[in-house]
Design a protein around this ligand. Structure first.
Ligand code: CP
Ligand code: NVA
Length: 306
């Protein structure tokens, strides 16, 4: 069987993605009921390559492997030969000789694709400059847990047309919901990613109009990792794109607010937004653990019943 990778949400078909969301919910319930007694990965290892910082992604993958009976290896590009110029493809071939799967957080999506092309074990995208698909598994899981099927619903992305926005666009395609992307002029998502989503995704520039009748509102930092030097300019360009309680009041009464975190209070969100009951970001963050367990299980074992 060909090795399956998870580089974007388009690497799985819609049926597989729906299965993953349901499986993640079942795994979460099993953990609550029985504790970490399900250990399908005894003595299996996941290599985790981090070329950018992380809290949630590292802790969730490492905990997932530990609770599943296996082990995760934290590999920073600072301390591995990758940082000293060993070719990506060579590293991929070497790791595949020893570990069962590889997770990578890096800058270049093309670099991730090159790694996956050379890898005989599953490769998981843990964030690139272009996509963050693992976060969307947790986000759709959270939305589904709280509101049931997301099909036909309306989500609104406020802010930068960045890696998270691109993954929301792919999620709209795969899970069949409407997405309004509301960004400042000049910060639109990539045209090819947008075009492939067809009329499910629309671009707007007025946050008040964008959230009208929305089921879900989400945002992200104004300057992503690697864009630190643009922070000041972006603070000016995004000033009228802050998500506040007043903005959520314009959406549906039962609207949910998601943020992948880390958040910058007083920038992309108001100082108190995360205290509002409509914000479900802690559940969302916790769901990274369960969603990624379902993903690793699927990539290594295929579908599992029950
Ligand atoms: N949301 C997310 O990926 O968080 P980290 O950068 O802390 O991993
Ligand atoms: N867009 C953000 C997401 C962080 C999880 C970044 O790339 O820094």
């Amino acid at each position: 069987m060909a090795t399956r990778h998870f580089l974007t949400l388009l690497d799985l078909d819609t049926d597989e993605l729906r299965y993953l969301v349901q499986r993640a919910i079942a795994i979460k319930n099993g953990l609550k009921t029985h504790g970490p007694t399900y250990t399908p990965f005894t003595n299996r290892t996941l290599a985790m390559i981090f070329e950018k910082s992380s809290t949630r992604t590292r802790v969730s993958f490492e905990t997932a492997m530990a609770q599943f009976g296996g082990h995760a290896l934290f590999l920073s590009s600072r301390d591995t030969q990758l940082g000293r110029g060993e070719p990506i493809a060579d590293t991929a071939r070497v790791l595949a000789e020893m570990v069962d799967a590889v997770m990578i957080r890096t800058f270049s999506h093309a670099g991730l694709e090159a790694f996956a092309a050379a890898s005989e074990v599953p490769v998981i995208n843990a964030l690139t400059d272009d996509y963050h698909p693992c976060q969307l598994l947790a986000d759709v899981m959270t939305w589904t847990e709280l509101r049931g099927s997301v099909k036909g619903r309306t989500a609104v992305w406020i802010g930068d047309g960045n890696n998270m926005c691109h993954s929301w666009i792919n999620a709209a395609r795969q899970f069949d919901f409407q997405l309004r992307v509301c960004c400042p002029q000049g910060y639109e998502p990539r045209q090819d990613i947008l075009a492939a989503a067809g009329d499910r995704v629309t671009i707007l520039h007025d946050p008040m109009a964008a959230v009208d009748n929305a089921d879900l509102v989400t945002t992200d930092v104004w300057a992503s990792m690697g864009q630190e030097e643009e922070q000041a300019r972006r603070e000016t360009d995004f000033a009228s794109f802050q998500v506040s309680e007043a903005l959520l009041d314009r959406a549906k009464d039962d609207v949910l607010f998601l943020h992948c975190l880390p958040a910058h209070r007083g920038e992309e969100i108001s100082a108190t937004l995360l205290d509002d009951p409509r914000a479900v970001v802690w559940q969302e963050a916790g769901n990274r653990l369960h969603a990624q367990k379902a993903l690793i299980e699927f990539l290594l074992l295929g579908r599992v019943e029950g």
